[in-house]
Design a protein around this ligand. Structure first.
Ligand code: ATR
Length: 283
């Protein structure tokens, strides 16, 4: 029987998730339908759409901009949240909490949220053979994107973390909030600085700002060096990557992270592990 999935966002027409998941299903030998779902940008509409989807027999949904925080609130009040979703304060993967359903909880109250974005980044770096264990890592940006990757990076065994941001107190607040939310993060020493004062040598530097969308460039110090540079954005020329490529770094945009987070959602929903390298090559 066909299993039904959606990705909910606004705008949504550009989403590549249906193609990605259709390839996963072909690889796993499953029959699925995965559709783009538009939703008006308000919490009540979002809740109505996901309730109708799951009550209608839907198996799983991905959540994209601007609904990841709304989805978090929704699941916190219903079927619960994974550790990664709790710490990220955002949900990108919805499913039903089977333990609750077995106890007779109505479907609408059993909607559960996970967040696979950060682990998708870690899995992508691992598939590129980037050495995360023991790595000195710098992240630029202190918004939602940075928030989602910090716990998975620490879990992957990095040794040092520096968080840089244009607005310093946003970085300080983020570290304080994350340390309160997770013992694993509280145990990790995290250095904080402004973007232009970020300097020294790192193994991996990650751009987690939204600057790639604006056409601006980050004020990067001449004294800043990294062996590997990753931009969480994808699909255009990224000045951040060009900057580090010129200085000899290996670089990657965030397309593989998109595939990586999707593969983890797919596994969560279907139990099938996907060979992401095969899929990345063919998309
Ligand atoms: P996201 O969810 O994509 O992380 P966000 O929460 O709005 O989006 O965060 C955007 C991040 O990009 C922030 O760290 C922001 O810096 P500030 O906290 O100082 O606003 C950073 N950012 C966006 N535009 C930038 C720019 N032109 N220069 C430097 N940093 C920028």
């Amino acid at each position: 029987m066909t299993k039904h999935f959606i990705v909910i966002g606004n705008p949504i027409a550009h989403s590549k998730s249906p193609e990605i998941h259709t390839q996963f299903a072909a690889q796993a030998g499953l029959e699925i339908s995965y559709q783009r779902q538009y939703c008006p940008d308000d919490a009540a509409s979002f809740t109505a759409v996901i309730e109708a989807f799951f009550q209608g027999g839907g198996v799983g949904a991905n959540v994209t901009v601007p609904f990841k925080q709304v989805a978090y609130e929704c699941c916190a009040a219903r079927g619960g949240l994974s550790e990664h979703a709790k710490v990220a304060g955002a949900v990108n993967t919805l499913l039903l909490n089977n333990a609750l359903l077995k106890n007779g909880t109505p479907i609408a109250e059993a909607i559960y949220g996970d967040n696979t974005d950060g682990q998708g980044l870690v899995n992508h770096m691992t598939s590129l053979d980037w050495p995360l264990k023991g790595a000195r890592v710098a992240i630029i940006g202190a918004g939602g994107a940075a928030r989602g990757v910090i716990l998975p990076l620490i879990e992957a065994g990095i040794s040092e973390l520096t968080l840089a941001n244009r607005t310093l107190n946003k970085a300080t607040n983020l570290v304080n909030e994350l340390s309160a939310a997770s013992e694993t993060i509280a145990k990790q020493q995290i250095n904080i600085c402004s973007t232009e004062t970020l300097s020294g040598e790192f193994d991996i530097i990650i751009n987690a700002t939204s600057i790639g969308l604006s056409g601006d460039t980050l004020p990067l110090s001449d004294e800043l060096h990294s062996h590997y540079a990753y931009d969480m954005m994808y699909g255009r020329e990224l000045p951040f990557l060009q900057h580090f490529a010129k200085r000899g770094a290996q670089t990657s945009d965030g397309y593989g992270m998109l595939i990586g987070q999707a593969a983890l959602s797919f596994k969560r929903w279907t139990g099938h592990a996907i060979d992401v390298v095969k899929v990345t090559d063919s998309l």
